[in-house]
Design a binder for this molecule. Structure first.
Ligand SMILES: Cc1cc2nc3c(=O)[nH]c(=O)nc-3n(C[C@H](O)[C@H](O)[C@H](O)COP(=O)(O)OP(=O)(O)OC[C@H]3O[C@@H](n4cnc5c(N)ncnc54)[C@H](O)[C@@H]3O)c2cc1C
Length: 493
């Protein structure tokens, strides 16, 4: 069989690896100059900067990608624990360094807010239970919607379904365990890992803090792009053909079957299956030309400032969060679609703290991230008229610097680059720059998320953050494995 993969993000690469290993001819077409999609790098002023992910959770998923094709992940990607996993700061001067190990986390929380350790343990135990109950339904298998609950293997879940707390929000659930406002905010923030709003998203998202705390926070030697380099090497070894700077203009189809793809250079490639790693809505609307409706509630986008900074001692960790004083307001501002909130929570990653080779002597490579509304415009798909973001760079940097000042931190910035929702919409063709397609703000989101098998064409498959099971490296890698299994299964029928 011949399979064409549109896009070389992590989901696309993982799908291609599994299919090529099974003996199929696999061609990957990536519009960008390098593979990796959102997990990428840029370099300036002697420093290497991440463009998207800065932290790996659930490392066993990557292990699985390699194991399934008879390799060992550690021969391609070396992972190290991040300890502390994250440093959290509040404007009242308080600070919590979250350790790597679960027991140390409980002790650190108890030391931070005496009496809270017991509840933190109970909360994480509840979250672990929900993760164990749901992982094979909502993450590691093809998803069949409500039908899942009627499958014999899942019937045992029914009496305990209330434990998922579908009807409560993450914030309300967290508030039932944490009275300390800072801890409540800390656990609420995990909703943003999949671009959601903790004041709306279902409490089931409690599994996110569990996977970070229970399975740990990890970082690869050489930076996050080492994950992509490892996958690219494996793909080539498995015989995948990868073409970069090769944009797919459309997926050609006749009746209910995809017949091939048409590249921007007018080349046609015939194939038996198409795997789209592009955003699902963008695939349907722009690559298939279908009259689909825009997704209404999108996951959030982000503004990233990559800055080379003179080395100064601020007592920061690798990963640092500076919390907004009013978290609920931050999400209201995001929903109102304003372009930038100068009082927002800010995340600063300094990967040079984990791997000194990522910044030149005397410098640090700061990656500053703030949530942003999904209002980007794509130069490819929309033209650049109507951008909310043009011309705001200096203001964004000035307000980020001011925000850090509020926490007593005054970095001396040497050079910077800014990435806005427009960059994300243009560079990765993510609709409106949303990081993960539709948000998970409703209890029905998991049920409505597009599945791997397209409903429009019988040999078109979706992988990546806007499809089941969702965004983040472990989940998109999982979508790659699920899609490959389904294609292999469908071709052996
Ligand atoms: C700022 C930010 C921070 C993040 N932090 C984390 C984190 O700490 N940990 C974590 O696990 N995850 C994080 N993520 C999420 C993670 O990066 C993504 O979920 C994951 O990398 C997306 O993989 P994907 O398979 O969906 O493909 P994508 O990365 O979306 O790649 C899709 C690829 O398809 C290509 N493409 C699209 N259309 C076409 C076309 N027509 N022709 C050819 N090519 C096309 C694009 O150029 C792109 O390369 C973060 C993301 C961002 C942006």
């Amino acid at each position: 069989m011949r399979v064409a993969v549109v896009g070389a993000g992590i989901g696309g690469l993982v799908s291609a690896i599994q299919l090529a290993h099974a003996g199929h001819t696999v061609d990957v077409f990536e519009q960008g100059p390098r593979v990796g999609g959102k997990c990428n790098v840029s370099e300036f002023d002697g420093c290497s900067f991440e463009t998207g992910p800065t932290l790996l959770t659930m490392p066993f998923v990557l292990d699985d990608v390699f194991r399934r094709v008879g390799r060992r992940r550690e021969d391609y990607i070396k992972l190290h624990r991040v300890n502390p996993a994250c440093q959290y700061r509040w404007s009242d001067g308080s600070r919590l360094d979250m350790p790597f190990e679960l027991e140390d986390v409980i002790s650190a929380i108890e030391g931070f807010a005496p009496g809270a350790g017991v509840n933190a343990r109970a909360y994480l135990e509840h979250a672990r239970e929900v993760y164990e109950m749901t992982k094979d339904v909502f993450i590691f298998s093809p998803f069949d919607g409500f039908m899942e609950f009627l499958k014999p293997r899942n019937l045992g879940m029914l009496p305990r379904l209330h434990r998922l707390r579908f009807a409560s929000t993450l914030h309300r659930h967290n508030a039932s365990y944490f009275t300390d406002k800072r801890l409540l905010q800390l656990f609420d923030r995990f909703a943003t890992y999949n671009g959601s709003n903790p004041f709306k998203a279902p409490a089931t998202l409690m599994v996110i803090p569990w996977v970070e705390i229970g399975f740990g926070a990890w970082y690869p030697e050489g930076g996050m792009y080492s994950i992509v380099r490892g996958l690219e090497k494996l793909a080539i070894e498995c015989g995948v053909n990868i073409s970069t700077e090769c944009r797919v203009r459309s997926i050609e189809h006749a009746g209910k079957r995809a017949t091939g793809i048409l590249l921007d250079n007018d080349t046609r490639v015939a194939c038996d299956h198409v795997v789209s790693n592009a955003d699902v809505y963008v695939t349907q609307k722009h690559l298939l030309g279908l009259p689909v409706r825009e997704p209404r509630d999108l996951s959030c986008s982000g503004v990233v400032i990559q800055a080379s900074v003179d080395v100064q001692s601020f007592g920061l960790a690798h990963h640092n969060i500076f919390f907004a004083d009013d978290y609920e307001r931050e999400f209201r501002v995001l929903e109102n679609g304003r372009h930038h909130d100068s009082k927002a929570t800010m995340y600063v990653s300094r990967s040079c703290a984990a791997d000194g080779s990522l910044a030149a002597e005397g410098r640090e490579n700061w990656f500053i991230l703030m949530n942003a509304p999904p209002n980007g415009v794509s130069a490819h798909l929309d033209g650049s008229a109507g951008s909310h973001w043009n011309g705001h760079d200096e203001h964004i940097v000035a307000s980020a610097v001011q925000r850090l000042h509020d926490f007593g931190i005054s970095p001396s910035i040497r050079e910077y680059r800014i990435r806005t929702p427009d960059t994300m919409a243009t560079q990765w063709s993510s609709f409106r720059g949303a990081l993960y397609g539709a948000s998970s703000n409703s209890p029905l989101s998991a049920f409505l998320r597009p599945r791997q098998k397209s409903l429009d064409l019988e040999n078109l498959w979706y992988v990546g953050g806007s499809a089941h099971p969702g965004g983040g490296i472990p989940l998109v890698a999982t979508s790659g494995m699920i899609s490959a299994d389904l294609i292999i299964e469908s071709s052996s029928l």
